[in-house]
Structure formats: C-alpha cells, structure tokens
Design a protein. Structure first.
Lengths: 279, 288
C-alpha cells in the first residue's frame, strides 16, 4: 500500500537515540519508528557521508529519516565508528570498519523493527560503503545511492580542493598544513586523513562492485551534466538492473548546508521509490 | 569513559550525549560539576569538526559530567511546539538540560561552553541561572537583543581592518563600504568627545541589558573564559561599549581571555583544535 508522504511538522516525529554494538566500538544511532498507521514490512538504514561532508549533510539525512518514518518505515540513522557520536576517533576508522558497521546497523534495525528485509540509502561515501556492504548481506533488498563516490582518487582530489579553498579563504591566518609521509596524517577541512585511510580510499572503484540482481538499485544525482550521468551509467553497465535518476535539485547537499535549501524533490523521490518497491 | 544517549526535556524532544568517567568523580560527589556543551548555529551536538566530542571525552576524564545536546530543531532534537523566540528558548532548553543532570546525577553546579551562537547562549544563561559557575565562550557573537545588534562594523574597523593589508587594498581600489567606515568614524569621534553618547543612541537598550547581565555575573562570581580567533568577537564589543564594567571584571579575574591563533571561526585546523582542548582543560583544572 502506498502512503502519502507528509512533509509538514504537524506530526509528532518520534526519535529514539541509543548506542548499539559492542564496546569499545559502540555506534550511535537514532531509531525513527513508523508514524503511518500501517507500518511497512521492511526497514531502512541510512548510511551517512564521512568527515566534513557528514557534518554538512546531517540535517538532510535527519529529514530523509523523518519522511521515511512518516511513510511507515522503521528507519535507523547511525554514525560509523570514529564518526559523529559513535565511539572511537576519526583516525581510527577505516573503509573496512565502516562497511562492517553497516552490517551491524542492519542487524540492529532488524531486531528493533522485527522486519528481516532492509533497504540501504547512502549519501556520498555512505553510498559507496552501502554498496560494498550489500555484496555479502543477504538481507538487503534494495539500495539507493545518492551522489555516490565512484572513484577514490577523484574523491581524494575533491577533498584536497575543498581544503585548498578553505586555506585560500583563511590564508591571512592559517598556514598550509599537510602531512608528508607514512604515519603523518594529512588534514582536510577539520578532519585527519591517515596514510592507511588514504590507501584504502585510493582503492575505491565501484566498477568492480556487482550486486545480486535481486537487489533493487537506484543511483541518484542532482547534476544534469553529462559527466555525472555517464559516471553513474557505469554502475548500470555492471549492474544492468540499476535505475539511474537525474533529479534537478539543490546540488552538493554535503557542502555548506547553511547556504543551501532542503533538497525536497530528491528526498521525496527516494521515499517514493522505496515506497513503490513495497507496493 | 562512558557515553549515553539521552532523550530529555519537558516534551522529551531534546537529544544529547552524556559523557562521564567510568569511576566516581575525582572531585567528590558533593562538588560534582556538570559541563554543558551548547550546539552552535545549525551544527548539531558533535560540534563543528566533531570538536565537542573530543572536548566532552577530555573533560569527562578530568572528572566532569558532560552533556552535549542540540537545541530544538537542530541535529537530532525535535522542533519546539510553542513560539518562544530563540533567545528565550535557548535559556529554557539549557535549564532543562541542567534539570536533567541534576535529577540523573545530582549535579548542582555547571559550566557552560559553546562556540559562536552556542557561546551567545552560554552567556545568556550564565546571566540568568545561579547554578552556572562558569562559561567558556569560543568566538562569542556580537551581543544583541531582539531588534538591536551592536553594529558589527565598529569593532571590526578598529581592531581588524585597520591592520589588514587586504582591507587597505580594498579601500584604495574603492571596494570598501565607505558609508560604514564613515558611520564608524563618526561614532568613534562622538564617543570620545561626548561622555554618555552611547546611552543616547539606538544601542541604549542593549547596553542597559548587557550591564544587568554583567552585574548578575559579578554577583554570582561566574567565571568567564573568552577564546577568540580574531580581534573582533563579542568580547571586544563588551570592551568597546562598556569599557568600565569590562575592565573591572577583567581586573578582578572574572573574565579571562585568549587569542587562539591560526584558526578560522569554527576551528578547522587540527593544531588549533588541539590547542583549544589544552586551553579549556587547563582553565577548567585551575577554576573548578
């Protein structure tokens, strides 16, 4: 049954914050129970971006969780190890660890909701991690990739560019700070990036990730430039069942959120896609 | 160190994380001091660059009970159901957080900390609630009341632009706000030659209110620690607009302040983040 998506604030949205997993790697999560009178037979895990992109897109992920819970889904927002409110320090994190964290989050929402079927929605690096996690998680029935990081090298280049823009803006006060070798973390706009983390990120290439045809796949971009769409088309080459969607909306929601509007069109589209899978 | 997720407040809509040492407080139960980290701007309770998480963990190791939470409508916290303006709601919600820690852990005295608008909120609550014994104000904003704000350009021109080569270049290339500069110069001259001039300007109301706040802070012996990344923050406005009261509080040791060099407004450089943690932990160890 399709549900009307409410985006007013008249509804009292319940949010339950908690820690899960085992110490010293407990993860912070927020459970948004279903608000619609008739709950859906599956749950959703939201996989956030990392580093500065996590901070900037936190509210958008919250808003997506609220819309999904109003549509009748159990939703879990969570922070990876070393990120947000979770235990650990950022520099202790890794791509391998964060992918494991998604598995832990899937297990947690299954227990909390009683629903075995889970959908993943990931933004930026979260989308890439969700894709990796789905390869060996039989409970994942669908994934939405929102502006996924398709190539680790390009992602690192983008981080470096953001950091240079920041240094340029504050050049009267801040000298360039860069690590030089192994064991010396570089820093990118407020977060450290260790040598090991960099090596892992360089190896990211979604061209090698093939998902089971039973997993529904939606890749969303807010750019309508040819390059972005053709990048996402590569996902379709490997995963022919994937659907690619360009949604003209607020772009780069993971950057300077106070300068951007809520990407309502994108949020509603994602909720509708998952809702349709349920119908 | 233990971290607990909290859902609290009258409507159970405020969300935060309580961080505390695994052992009993090193300060002893009776003198347990709570620290509240107030969310800044639209950033949620992890703080810009996750700096509140680092700070909470560090302070908990020192024996403080630390709660960092998001104001209503920010981060994980739900929106308010009433129409209370922001300058009142931040006081109300911070008091709800103090009530929560008092009930849960028996904490009766508090130090408030915040960056930017979080610092503004900490200052307001420090002037309104006697449980507050100290406040760490990082890049405190220009004081304001509804409808009035101390004109930001006054202190900016005299403390920053005057010594900045880029500002002089903009001035020479006709890219400056000449009207603003003239207004500021005019204000400065009148202030110098006309005692009591400020009380006859649109700033009279806010100056009166700030004066009351500072009196309350002095009366309750609230320790204030201003940490600024530049020379044109809220503290400098207090100095500019009420030099008598400001200097007196500074001389009596109630106000401490320091310039944190090599940092932007939200302290992104890692070296500056480490320095910030060091400054705060030293001040807390000395004062509490």
């Amino acid at each position: 049954m399709q549900t009307k998506i409410h985006d007013t604030v008249d509804v009292r949205d319940e949010v339950v914050p908690f820690y899960f997993g085992t110490s010293p790697q407990r993860l912070y999560g927020c459970h948004h129970p279903p608000q619609a009178s008739r709950g859906k037979s599956s749950a959703v895990v939201l996989c956030p971006a990392i580093g500065q992109e996590y901070n900037q897109s936190h509210r958008v992920i919250y808003q997506l969780a609220v819309l999904l819970s109003r549509a009748g889904f159990h939703v879990l927002r969570f922070d990876y190890f070393g990120c947000g409110d979770s235990e650990g320090e950022f520099e202790q994190g890794s791509i391998v660890q964060w992918t494991k964290d998604i598995h832990t989050a899937v297990g947690e929402i299954q227990v909390r909701s009683g629903q075995p079927r889970v959908y993943l929605i990931g933004l930026r690096m979260g989308a890439t991690l969700a894709m990796q996690a789905a390869v060996d998680c039989c409970h994942v029935k669908g994934i939405c990739l929102w502006e996924p990081v398709l190539c680790g090298n390009r992602y690192l280049q983008e981080l470096a560019e953001s950091h240079l823009v920041f240094l340029d803006e504050w050049r009267h006060k801040i000298k360039q700070t860069r690590g030089t070798g192994e064991g010396s973390p570089e820093e990118f706009t407020g977060y450290p990036l260790t040598y090991e983390m960099r090596r892992e990120m360089e190896a990211i290439n979604t061209d090698h990730i093939k998902l089971s045809s039973g997993i529904r796949l939606l890749a969303v971009t807010n750019y309508d430039e040819l390059g972005c769409v053709s990048d996402l088309d590569r996902i379709k080459e490997i995963n022919p069942h994937a659907k690619i969607q360009v949604i003209p909306d607020q772009t780069k929601v993971w950057k300077e959120f106070y300068r951007r509007l809520t990407p309502h069109k994108t949020l509603r589209h994602i909720v509708k896609w998952i809702d349709n899978l349920q119908a | 160190m233990k971290e607990h997720a909290l859902l609290f407040g009258r409507d159970r809509s405020l969300i935060g994380v309580l961080t505390e040492s695994g052992n009993a407080s090193s300060h002893g139960e009776n003198s347990l001091t709570g620290v509240l980290l107030l969310s800044s701007g639209l950033d949620h309770h992890v703080g810009p660059n996750r700096i509140y998480v680092k700070l909470a963990r560090l302070l908990s190791e020192m024996g403080f009970v630390v709660l960092r939470f998001s104001f209503s409508g920010i981060g994980d916290s739900g929106p308010r159901r009433d129409k209370l303006p922001a300058d009142k709601s931040v006081i109300d919600e911070t008091q709800q957080a103090m009530d929560c820690l008092e009930r849960m852990r028996g904490v009766k005295k508090f130090v408030l900390m915040g960056l930017c608008s979080g610092a503004g909120a900490a200052f307001l609550v420090a002037a309104h609630d006697q449980r507050v014994r100290g406040a760490v104000l990082i890049n405190a904003p220009v004081p304001k009341t509804p409808g009035t704000e101390l004109a930001p350009q006054h202190t900016y021109y005299w403390r920053r632009a005057l010594f900045n080569l880029q500002s002089w270049k903009r001035f020479l290339y006709r890219e400056s706000d000449y009207q603003g500069i003239w207004k500021s110069l005019n204000f400065k001259i009148k202030k110098l030659i006309w005692p009591g001039y400020i009380e006859n300007t649109e700033y009279a109301l806010i100056i009166r209110e700030l004066r009351e706040f500072l009196q309350s802070i002095r009366k309750n012996n609230v320790q204030l620690f201003f940490i600024n990344t530049d020379e044109a923050g809220g503290e400098h406005y207090l100095h500019e607009f009420m030099p008598g009261e400001y200097t007196s509080l500074k001389n009596s040791g109630i106000i401490c302040s320091i310039l944190l060099k090599g940092a932007d407004h939200v302290i992104r450089p890692l070296a500056a983040q480490s320095r910030l943690l060091e400054l705060i932990s030293n001040w807390m160890a000395e004062k509490f």
